[in-house]
Design a protein around this ligand. Structure first.
Ligand SMILES: [Mg+2]
Length: 260
């Protein structure tokens, strides 16, 4: 285990670590300002592909957290980066919101339903049966199937919402074609984030509230992993997993002291 003072690149999950349903987690603001004032690099990660970094930065500001757009890395950005690396200047039929379409335009992708290279599925607030039908037909005709994140449900104030992974399962059932998921727990999300920061895994740490996404992908990307118990995973559940985090804390408030 490394001394956390040696960590130069801090990657942090957003929901359950810094905020919970729009409310900041106590200590999150102190942690963020400590990382920034100590000259360390920060990137906040989210599997949510709905929003652009500017939108997310504004939402975090409304919750009292100062996170600049350039410190945010979404599954939509990771997906766009992945596609640009794999097939530069390609085309995609997109089911998603501004977070995803803006990211794809940003890597010079054309959004089209005429023979696209890819069908790209992200989160939306209103999945339409027409869009799903179109995606099914394009995949049947050879479009490659990409999904921003595998999460089956997302939270809302009224209760669970079916999410990207659940809709992907429907398209897979109809076509027999499984998507490639870019977001966590794919370590690609961590590696692309590190590349964005210009950092190396040996001096990076990933903070998350979930063993099955944040900790496993941080570990597979070769980083120190910090589990905080302010979100999904409970302390008694940790030992059930075949992998362990490097450290466990109640919340990011306990990490403020660990950053020099
Ligand atoms: Mg989380």
């Amino acid at each position: 285990m490394k001394d956390l003072k040696a960590i130069e690149y801090w990657l942090s999950d957003m929901d359950g670590v810094l905020v919970h349903e729009g409310v900041p987690i106590p200590g999150a603001d102190a942690f963020l300002s400590k990382v920034v004032s100590s000259g360390r690099r920060l990137l906040v990660l989210t599997n949510n592909s709905l929003y652009t970094p500017r939108d997310l930065s504004a939402r975090l500001a409304a919750a009292g957290l100062d996170v600049r757009p350039e410190w945010i890395w979404t599954s939509a950005l990771a997906t766009a980066q992945f596609l640009a690396d794999q097939r530069p200047h390609g085309s995609a039929y997109v089911i998603g919101e501004a977070g995803l379409t803006t990211a794809l335009h940003g890597v010079d992708y054309i959004l089209s339903d005429l023979n696209p290279d890819y069908v790209v599925l992200g989160e939306t607030r209103n999945y339409s049966f027409d869009q799903i039908t179109r995606a099914v037909r394009l995949i049947e005709r050879g479009a490659r199937f990409i999904c921003t994140n595998p999460d089956p449900v997302g939270p809302s104030q009224e209760g669970s919402l079916p999410a990207c992974g659940a809709v992907a399962a429907m398209i897979t059932r109809a076509t027999g074609v499984a998507p490639y998921f870019v977001g966590k727990p794919n370590p690609l999300m961590m590696r692309s984030a590190l590349r964005r920061m210009g950092g190396h895994s040996e001096s990076a740490a990933m903070i998350g509230d979930r063993m099955d996404t944040d900790v496993v992908s941080g570990m597979e990307a070769g980083m120190e992993t910090v589990l905080v118990l302010s979100g999904v995973t409970r302390r008694h559940e940790i030992e059930r997993f075949p992998y362990r985090p490097s450290r466990v804390f109640d919340s990011v408030a306990d990490l403020v002291e660990m950053v020099e």
